[in-house]
Design a protein around this ligand. Sequence first.
Ligand code: SAH
Length: 244
Amino acid sequence: LPTTDFVKATMLSNIKIVLIQTFHPGNIGAAARAMKNMGLSQLVLVNPVDFPSEEATSRAGQATDLLENVQVVGSLEEAISDCSLVVATSARDRSIPLPALSAREAGVKLSGEAKKAQVALVFGRERMGLHNSDIQQCHMQVNIDANPVYPVLNISQAIQILCYEIYQASETDKAEYDEDEYPLHRELELFYQHLEETLAGSGFINESHPGQAMEHFRALYRKARPTKKELQLLRGSLAALQKS
Ligand code: SAH
């Protein structure tokens, strides 16, 4: 089935491209252009090293409107707090402990979920990629298949390929539609806080030596991907345990 123009425009406007600590302003301009070519508009910069900049403007071509409407924030958490699905990008799949998607699968997943909520695709630093603390905040990762001898693309070219896949998936209704509603990033973070408080209160974790327990719990809930309703059930049971 062809997607109606309205559904498609809404879907594309719900997809954020998040760039973490971009070093070269030219890459920011090229990212804006790559996005606009594929119908995307929401660019979010987390602590850019040099922005606004003439270099970014000149590389943006006719996408300077995206640079004017860019959202600049101080942390990844702030960028994705209103998103229900967050996908990390990486050239190296094996070292990252998240379920991995191909570029095509990521396009289908992101455009499918963007019909009902805000979603984000997160790009790393030119030299260092994503840090572990960034990856901890994502649900899945996408790796663009490339020459194993040199699989690292220029960031704006990686953005181009993934935005193209999103655009292709948004053209048709083949995007999988999942009825469930998922919690926003900030709602999940509140749950993790509540879980940690409850575990500390019960003595299961020691607040001064918490160890890795919370990271393991995060990995477990990430795999389970609780829906909004399931998260309410978890929060309710924690509240009851805290009272008992
Ligand atoms: N040395 C860094 C390279 C970062 S390249 C590292 O190993 O992670 C800069 C960014 O471009 C990456 O963080 C990612 O967002 C994107 N990127 C580069 N190549 C990619 C690929 N093959 N698949 C998906 N994203 C890629």
